[in-house]
Design a binder for this molecule. Structure first.
Ligand SMILES: *[C@@H]1O[C@H](CO)[C@@H](O)[C@H](O)[C@H]1NC(C)=O
Ligand SMILES: *[C@@H]1O[C@H](CO)[C@@H](O)[C@H](O)[C@H]1NC(C)=O
Ligand SMILES: *[C@@H]1O[C@H](CO)[C@@H](O)[C@H](O)[C@H]1NC(C)=O
Ligand SMILES: *[C@@H]1O[C@H](CO)[C@@H](O)[C@H](O)[C@H]1NC(C)=O
Ligand SMILES: *[C@@H]1O[C@H](CO)[C@@H](O)[C@H](O)[C@H]1NC(C)=O
Ligand SMILES: *[C@@H]1O[C@H](CO)[C@@H](O)[C@H](O)[C@H]1NC(C)=O
Ligand SMILES: [Zn+2]
Length: 929
């Protein structure tokens, strides 16, 4: 599954989970081993009668039990059947059910218990058949409905999303990943629809002459319940290849099939490249498999790797160069690579339980960028392994409650969903990358091939991964430099332990020696604990810079380690090359000064851009953790005036935005931060210019996007004038804006525009056939400063055929609260239209959280808190109250750090634009009084 980064902070789930020990009653804990399922589904869409949006199901499960049992416990949720609809039999005949109480549903744990009159024998094969009915759902889980408008007509389709615990909403089953079986599907579809799609190829088609056509499919490979998928729709494939029956296609709405060429081209190349890399061809695992990628109008996650039938949000699969920014090209490649990796990591070998979801998602997260860098170098994904994954992982992993990658506290559906998070994806992906650099490519490939072939069609465990990698290590002797260490020991110190270390570096320049100390890093600098990690140490020095060799010099396992550097002069030394290790590095002040001197003194190019980015990214973290002063951070930031690299600016803009966001609401300080940021951006803006250039590569284009988006947001005069003019020319004269400049043009134009401009963009969003464009507009509509439009936007999902899709309900809300000066509009809306709002959002807690997370000042926080406390109809508000508490902590942090920040600027006042220097001076004067 591809998880989209949540824009709204949801603390509630953590409150729910982190405080309680996991409840084992959610587990099946069964002696039953299912081997086969035959599933038949007949859906009813807008039939206009009581059957509308329901389906008939018929499942037959073949199983044995390891022990005699008189009860069958299996999963079933929101499905309707009675004991009359159940038949259990074996070769000898039918097995009678308990006469008094044959069937019990346990809705809290989503089980059905089938009680028998006698006992089933151990080791004997039985079949369990259940006839049932179920809903075609609206909540984007299980078997759910989608719709789109084609030539004015509303079209319905049925799609599925089973991962992680929704298969039980479509057919009664043993819904745990380790209980694999072979699935044979039959789908009845309206005759006017296109042939249905499932995991495998069609075996037979029968016209039922009741308006339905029946399609029988080939049996799947042995796989987990969460990978079962089907699609009943009118979607089509413009690009379909059936080279030697290795079928491959991309399906979309008929009016969008001409946007599928890139996904088709890249998708075919990536399934071949991954097959080569892993040494297991995709089509070799089962000869009835094909591989289809489907673009769906309504989809909750980013995408889902159903074996042979991968489903996506339209905006993440369809790409039109003339209409979609280059960033979307990267996103399409990344997500297709992610899902395709799952065909091996997840589908062929599956995590035994969701506690180790990383065995699926960590590998998908790593290969989404690693393989893309190999076959599509122009989209720059090699660096996104660091700026995308490592940065996100470090941030998610810096609090005392961050869970380990292997998380034994995962049992309930809520806990399982929560563990599909940054730790499981980006952190595990980053640990895998660290191991790849440690053992080298040959050992890594041998290891992965061994894991996949030894465990195919079975469940994967961390120990099986470690021993497979060890086989690669043994074959290539690639840990010879580190006697006494095994790959399993090293890797498990990162997989089983929560957190990550910071490496304190103390250089003794006299003696030419370095002392390293490790400790777990916490963003709250006063928190300590004593984990140690087995850290692969890489470093280089200014005497002989080499950032390319990422083979570690040694593994550090103790708390401290001192070593000598031969012939070291008074020069810089940098650790964690290209951030191949998932740890922060904190230098003593002298060695940090050496690095900053090199950065400012024209030696910038000698230091790898990913390490320059890391210096900035780590210093921001140390500042927020109260480990370095603002003046130390700012001393380093000042070098950015001669920096042009995308990755470094990515790190800097991330940090500057976070800083800005903390100080929002404290007018003068926020203004000073903004002016200072513009000062740092000045040379880069001049270097990048305001227009696309022929010579731009992907990173330059993205750099221009990120730099100008920030500059215009901070009211950089030229930036604003340029993009307001561009926007006017677009709205008034129909001159389209190049895709990469649309986000900044649209947002700036709306910000300085009117309600009519908002209406214009809304109309464009409603009528465009390109999902990327609709998504982009949805993200920027909140930029408008027209209050009436903002109010309209907040409830716009209620409009007839609103372009705000059900999976994007919170997009307007986050767009509006994204501008701190509009938070009051949301607050008013919430208070005045509570009933209306609660009819829009399935969970008001999400809304409360979004609002709470946007509040900055004590006054705002108090106002919202007292309203929440007095609200009797508000339901669950624990999450919001917790978010408010962290907002208060932020306000206190700001209060205690203000003076230091202002003093730091005092020292650099000359470097600031004169108006700003004046503000600083005034403030200083005020403080003296
Ligand atoms: C699993 O079931 C067995 C037999 O009913 C029981 O003894 C055991 O405690 C259960 N284990 C868990 C973890 O619930
Ligand atoms: C049938 O169910 C009833 C009620 O739960 C129970 O008392 C009885 O022992 C069961 N009969 C058999 C044969 O298992
Ligand atoms: C289940 O059994 C009841 C009672 O015999 C019957 O009315 C109903 O149609 C059955 N349901 C299905 C889905 O076959
Ligand atoms: C793609 O198809 C749509 C709908 O049929 C059409 O409006 C559009 O112009 C086509 N785009 C291209 C680039 O051919
Ligand atoms: C790797 O080599 C070590 C030392 O010879 C041996 O103990 C271990 O069993 C080997 N592991 C594998 C997976 O072959
Ligand atoms: C250190 O310098 C000496 C003298 O220049 C040289 O012989 C030696 O090889 C150097 N050692 C290393 C590890 O570079
Ligand atoms: Zn995934």
């Amino acid at each position: 599954m591809f998880r989209l980064v949540k824009t709204l902070v949801i603390v509630a789930a953590c409150l729910l989970i982190c405080s309680n020990a996991s409840d084992p009653n959610y587990r099946l804990n069964t002696t039953i081993k299912p081997s086969k399922y035959a599933i038949s589904i007949m859906p009813f869409f807008d039939t206009g009668d009581e059957r509308a949006f329901t389906f008939n199901g018929d499942v037959t499960i073949t199983f044995t039990s390891d022990e005699p049992i008189n009860q069958i416990k299996l999963h079933s949720q929101d499905l309707t059947f009675s004991s009359d609809n159940i038949t259990i039999s074996n070769a000898a005949g039918t097995v009678p059910l308990n006469e008094t109480k044959a069937l019990e549903f346990d809705s809290a744990y989503t089980f059905a218990h089938i009680n028998l009159q006698g006992a089933l024998q151990a080791g004997v094969e039985y079949t369990l058949r259940i006839l049932y009915e179920g809903p075609i759902r609206e909540d984007l889980t299980g078997f759910y409905r989608n719709n789109y408008i084609e030539k004015g007509v509303k079209k319905w389709l049925g799609a599925t999303q089973m991962e992680p615990t929704h298969a039980r909403k479509v057919f009664p089953c043993f819904d745990e990943p380790e209980l694999k079986a072979v699935f044979t599907l039959t789908i009845m579809r309206p005759a006017s629809y296109k042939p249905s799609l499932t995991n495998t190829k069609i075996a037979a088609t029968t016209d039922l002459s009741n308006g339905y056509v029946r399609e029988d499919f080939h049996p799947t490979p042995r796989m987990s319940t969460y990978l079962v998928a089907f699609l009943v729709s009118e979607l089509e494939a413009q690009y379909y290849s059936s080279n030697n029956s290795m079928e491959f296609g991309v399906f979309a709405r008929p009016e969008a099939t001409n946007q599928t060429e890139y996904a088709f081209d890249f998708g075919k190349r990536v399934v071949d490249a991954l097959g080569d890399y892993f040494g297991v061809n995709y089509y070799s695992t089962n000869n009835q498999l094909k591989l289809d990628h489907i673009a769906l109008p309504n989809f909750r996650a980013g995408a889902m790797e159903n074996w042979g039938l991968v489903k996506y949000r339209e905006a993440l699969l369809l790409y039109v160069p003339e209409e979609s920014g280059p960033y979307y090209k990267y996103r399409v490649a990344q997500i297709v690579a992610h899902e395709t990796t799952h065909m091996w990591f997840g589908n062929l070998v599956t995590c035994h339980w969701w506690s180790n979801t990383w065995l699926n998602e960590g590998f998908a997260n790593y290969f989404q960028d690693y393989i893309t860098a190999l076959i599509e170098p122009e989209v720059g994904s090699g660096n996104i392994l660091v700026t995308g994954s490592v940065y996100a992982a470090l941030d998610a992993d810096e609090s005392p409650s961050s869970p380990p990658i292997t998380n034994d506290n995962v049992s309930s559906p809520a806990e399982i969903s929560e563990h599909f998070g940054t730790i499981t994806y980006q952190k595990a992906g980053s640990v895998i990358r660290m191991m790849h650099h440690l053992i080298g490519d040959e050992a890594f490939r041998i290891g992965l091939n061994s894991y996949l072939t030894a465990n195919q069609f079975q469940a994967g465990y961390p120990e099986l991964m470690y021993s497979a990698l060890e086989k690669g290590v043994n074959t290539t002797n690639s840990l010879a430099l580190y006697p006494g260490h095994t790959i399993g020991d090293i890797m498990s110190s990162w997989i089983s332990q929560a957190g990550h270390p910071v490496l304190d570096v103390q250089v003794n320049y006299e003696a030419g020696s370095v002392t390293l100390t490790q400790r777990r890093f916490y963003i709250n600098g006063s928190h300590t604990s004593d984990e140690t990690y087995k850290i692969p140490i890489t470093y280089t020095t200014g005497d002989n810079p080499n950032f390319v060799n990422t083979k570690p010099a040694f593994i550090m396992e103790g708390k401290t380690h001192t070593f000598n550097i031969h012939n070291f002069t008074q020069n810089w030394i940098i650790f964690n090359l290209q951030e191949t290790g998932i740890y922060r590095v904190k230098y003593d002040s002298q060695s940090l000064q050496m690095i900053i001197k090199a950065l400012k003194g024209g030696e910038l190019e000698k230091i790898h851009y990913l390490n320059r980015a890391k210096i900035i990214n780590d210093l921001f973290a140390f500042y927020f953790a109260d480990e370095v002063s603002f003046s130390t951070l700012n001393d380093a930031l000042l070098y950015l005036q001669s920096e042009t690299d995308f990755n470094v600016w990515y790190a800097a803009i991330r940090g500057l935005n976070k800083l800005r966001s903390r100080y929002l609401g404290t007018d003068t300080v926020a203004d000073i931060i903004d002016a200072h940021t513009l000062h740092l951006l000045h040379n880069t803006i001049a270097y990048l210019g305001f227009e696309e250039r022929e010579s731009d590569d992907f990173e330059t284009t993205r750099n221009r996007m990120q730099v100008l988006e920030l500059a215009c947001k901070l009211d950089h005069t030229e930036c604003v004038e340029h993009f307001v003019a561009k926007f006017r020319n677009f709205v008034d004269n129909g001159v389209e804006i190049p895709p990469s400049l649309r986000p900044v043009s649209y947002c700036t134009g709306l910000r300085y525009g009117t309600g009519a401009d908002y209406d214009f963009m809304w109309h464009r969003m409603s009528t465009t056939n390109v999902a990327n464009e609709a998504r982009l507009i949805g993200e920027v509509l909140g930029c408008t400063t027209d209050e009436a439009s903002l109010k309209k936007f907040l409830v716009s999902m209620l409009e007839e055929n609103s372009p705000i899709m059900s999976q994007d309900l919170t997009v307007p809300l986050s767009g509006v609260v994204g501008n701190h000066s509009h938070v009051h509009i949301v607050l008013d809306g919430l208070k005045n239209n509570f009933t209306l709002w609660s009819s829009i959002y399935p969970s008001m807690d999400t809304v409360f959280n979004a609002v709470a997370g946007a509040l900055r000042t004590e006054a705002e926080i108090n106002e919202f808190e007292s309203w929440l406390n007095s609200c009797t109809e508000c339901g669950d508000k624990d999450g919001a109250l917790a978010t408010l508490a962290s907002g208060r902590a932020n306000a206190m942090w700001v209060e205690s750090h203000k003076t230091e920040l202002l003093n730091a600027f005092k020292g650099h006042a000359v470097a600031l634009p004169s108006s700003l220097a004046l503000i600083v001076l005034c403030l200083v004067v005020l403080r003296l009084n």
